[in-house]
Each structure stands twice: as structure tokens, then as C-alpha cells.
Write a protein that binds this ligand. Structure first.
Ligand code: HEC
Ligand code: HEC
Ligand code: HEC
Ligand code: HEC
Length: 125
């Protein structure tokens, strides 16, 4: 083998090695919730430039992002006022002073913050 062939081969091999992590990175790519799959096909809808910290938009989005589509706490509280459990969008503890993402996660299982202390039966998405 000539030196150039060896270099070319080494290049091809390192190319393959580079390709491998790219595949697993795609697997690890955060997925959106099923209810957002069809409507939020662009990550940038939530991870906006305005939200970016130090040029990185992939940080926890601000509540305004969610509120722009879903309405504010007042509007949300109307939607969840008929539950058997206390209204999660209007508690005497927080009012509107709690972040949506304290409960609604996008890339992992959502949590009901209230249940750190209570045992309410909600079906949160
Ligand atoms: C571009 C508009 C848009 C943005 C931004 C958005 N959503 Fe949604 N979301 C929707 C649509 C449309 C649906 C499906 C229809 C529906 O249930 O309202 C949905 C569904 C949901 C549902 C399920 C509702 C149900 O009854 O099944 C939850 C919970 C939710 N979104 C929370 C959030 C949170 C929290 C954020 C911010 C991190 C957010 N959404 C950002 C448009 C949006
Ligand atoms: C303290 C936890 C908590 C916070 C904070 C919270 N939610 Fe929720 N949300 C819930 C729970 C629990 C439900 C489901 C109640 C049920 O149906 O059992 C719900 C339901 C919803 C739904 C579906 C309503 C429907 O049509 O039935 C939407 C949309 C939603 N939340 C959006 C938001 C947005 C946007 C914010 C921020 C402004 C927010 N939530 C903040 C707990 C929370
Ligand atoms: C509905 C709004 C929404 C959409 C669309 C969305 N994200 Fe997110 N993203 C969030 C929220 C909320 C968090 C905070 C952690 C969580 O809820 O899982 C987050 C967190 C992240 C983080 C981690 C940031 C940190 O500091 O921990 C990354 C990376 C990320 N998202 C990438 C993506 C990519 C890639 C896409 C497109 C495939 C995407 N997101 C689409 C709402 C969204
Ligand atoms: C850190 C613990 C903690 C968390 C988190 C918490 N609570 Fe409570 N909650 C309490 C305690 C303690 C009391 C009794 C004292 C009081 O009324 O504040 C209480 C009382 C209540 C009551 C009865 C109040 C009344 O008028 O008699 C309701 C309803 C309630 N919580 C709803 C919620 C909801 C909804 C959430 C989530 C949005 C939540 N709580 C989150 C600790 C918590």
C-alpha cells in the first residue's frame, strides 16, 4: 500500500466512526408529546430565538410560549374546573405564579407538582 492509500483508508474509517455517533444522537433526539406530534413539527416553535440563553435556544421555554396557543391560567382554569379534584390551574398556593413546565414536561413524563404533598388523581399529559 502506498502512503496515500493508507491515508485514504484511514480517512474512510474515521469517516465511518464519525457517522456512528450521529446515528445514536438521532435516537437520543428529544421527541415531542403525542398531542404535539402533528402540530409542532418545528422544534423552534417552542425553542425560540427570544428564549435563547447565550445563543442556545434549547433551554426550557418560557410560559408565554405555551400560553400563546393554550391561553393563560384563567382560560385554562375554566377548562379544568369540572374535575373531581381541585383545579390544578387555580390553586390557593400559587395562583398563576407557577410555571407550566413545573408539571407539563415535553420530552419526559409530566409530573403533578401538587402530589409532592397531596394525592390528587389527575390524568396529566
Ligand atoms: C403552536 C401552538 C402550541 C404551542 C406553542 C404549545 N401547544 Fe400544547 N397543544 C397544541 C395543540 C394544537 C394541541 C392539541 C389540541 C389540544 O388538545 O388543544 C396541544 C395539546 C396540548 C396538551 C394536551 C391537551 C389535551 O387535552 O389533550 C397539553 C397538556 C399541552 N398541549 C401543553 C402545552 C405546554 C405545557 C406547552 C408549552 C411548553 C405547549 N402545550 C405549547 C398547541 C400548542
Ligand atoms: C400544578 C401542575 C400544573 C401546572 C403548573 C399547569 N398544569 Fe396544565 N394540567 C395539569 C393537570 C393535572 C391537568 C389534567 C387535569 C385532568 O384532566 O385530570 C392539566 C391539563 C392541561 C391541559 C388540558 C386541558 C383540557 O382541555 O382538559 C392543557 C392544555 C394544559 N394543562 C396546559 C397548561 C399550561 C399552558 C400551563 C401553564 C400556563 C399549565 N397547564 C400549567 C397540571 C398543571
Ligand atoms: C411544545 C414545546 C416544545 C417543542 C415543540 C420542543 N420542545 Fe424541547 N423542551 C420543551 C420543554 C418544556 C423542555 C423542558 C424539559 C422537558 O419538559 O422535558 C424542553 C427541553 C429541551 C432540551 C433540554 C434543555 C435543557 O436545558 O434541559 C432540549 C435539548 C430540547 N428540548 C430539544 C428539542 C428538540 C430537538 C425539539 C424538536 C424535535 C424540541 N425540543 C421540541 C418544549 C418543547
Ligand atoms: C409543598 C406542599 C404542597 C404542595 C406542592 C401543594 N400543596 Fe396544597 N396544601 C398543602 C398544605 C400544607 C395544605 C394545608 C394548609 C393550607 O391550606 O395551605 C394544603 C391545602 C390545599 C387545599 C385545601 C385548601 C383549603 O381551602 O382548605 C387544596 C385544595 C390544595 N392544597 C390544592 C393544591 C393544589 C391544586 C396543588 C398543586 C397546584 C397543591 N395544593 C400543591 C401543601 C401543598
Amino acid at each position: 500500500m502506498t502512503k496515500t492509500t493508507i491515508l485514504a483508508l484511514a480517512g474512510a474509517i474515521s469517516g465511518l466512526l464519525m457517522a456512528a455517533p450521529a446515528v445514536s444522537a438521532a435516537d437520543a433526539m428529544p421527541k415531542v408529546k403525542p398531542h404535539h406530534e402533528k402540530v409542532l413539527t418545528d422544534c423552534g416553535t417552542c425553542h425560540t430565538k427570544e428564549n435563547a440563553i447565550g445563543g442556545n435556544a434549547f433551554v426550557v421555554p418560557k410560559d408565554e410560549t405555551c400560553i400563546a396557543c393554550h391561553g393563560d391560567y384563567k382560560a385554562l382554569a375554566k377548562k379544568t374546573e369540572g374535575l373531581d379534584e381541585p383545579n390544578p390551574h387555580s390553586s390557593h398556593h400559587y395562583g398563576a405564579g407557577v410555571s407550566c413546565t413545573a408539571c407539563h414536561k415535553e420530552h419526559e413524563k409530566s409530573v403533578v407538582l401538587c402530589n409532592d404533598c397531596h394525592e390528587f388523581k389527575y390524568t396529566i399529559k
